[in-house]
Design a protein around this ligand. Structure first.
Ligand SMILES: [Zn+2]
Ligand SMILES: [Zn+2]
Length: 216
């Protein structure tokens, strides 16, 4: 073991010839899955090493898990591009890298104007042996008290600032998109009166209906 390590060199970067892309430690990459029918694996490159002559390049990676690969499976609030940063490390041949990708923070992902194939987001770390998440709690919204799924349209109440799914408030998404103002049931009587008396305030003239993210 010690002998193998001593003979290996750490590289600052490596160019994967098949895709003509340069990979560095810290980059997020797509890796060829064991079965071609499966989606690419997503990993973060921790280190890049070669043998003493610069050949046999291997990457030490930290895997991202897709929700369906987690013990608890995919939940309703998981976004289609959601990944969990796992505690599962591996060493792979650098030539199994088949592309680069970006794993955004949740916040920056929700601010993207368009989501490309190579855009993902991560809001949880995942313990692959226990199935536990960190953080183990996230903010919940709406009457259904669900964490936010960035794929779903939500409307914001101008009274309490909570966000709601149109279907949870008996509205179609189309109706929700047409709203100029929205007050939830709890806030409606009081605040609508206030709005009628002061409809010129700038805060209330903004439309608060957002899809938060447009999909391609
Ligand atoms: Zn809801
Ligand atoms: Zn409200």
């Amino acid at each position: 073991m010690a002998k193998t390590r001593a003979n290996r060199r750490t590289l600052d970067f490596y160019t994967v010839k098949s895709i003509n892309k340069t990979v560095r430690a810290g980059d997020c990459v797509l890796m060829r899955p064991s079965e071609s029918s499966k989606p690419s694996y997503v990993a973060r490159v921790e280190t890049i090493e070669s043998d003493s002559r610069g050949g046999n390049v291997r990457v030490r990676v930290r895997w991202y898990y897709r929700p369906e690969e987690s013990i608890g499976g995919r939940r309703q609030f998981h976004g289609s591009k959601e990944l969990f940063l796992s505690d599962h490390y591996d060493t792979q041949s650098a030539d199994t890298i088949e592309g680069k990708c970006t794993v955004h923070t949740f916040k920056s992902y929700t601010k993207l104007d368009a989501v490309g194939n190579e855009d993902f987001f991560c809001r949880f770390e995942y313990n692959s042996s226990t199935g536990a998440f960190n953080p183990d709690r996230v903010a919940v919204y709406c009457k259904c008290e669900m964490p936010y799924n960035p794929d779903d349209l939500m409307v914001q109440c101008e009274g309490c600032s909570d966000w709601f799914h149109p279907t949870c408030i008996d509205m179609t998404p189309e109706e929700a998109k047409r709203l100029d103002h929205f007050f939830c049931q709890n806030c409606s009587s009081e605040d609508q009166k206030k709005l009628q008396n002061s409809h010129a305030t700038s805060r209330l003239s903004d439309t608060k209906v957002e899809s938060k993210r447009r999909r391609r």
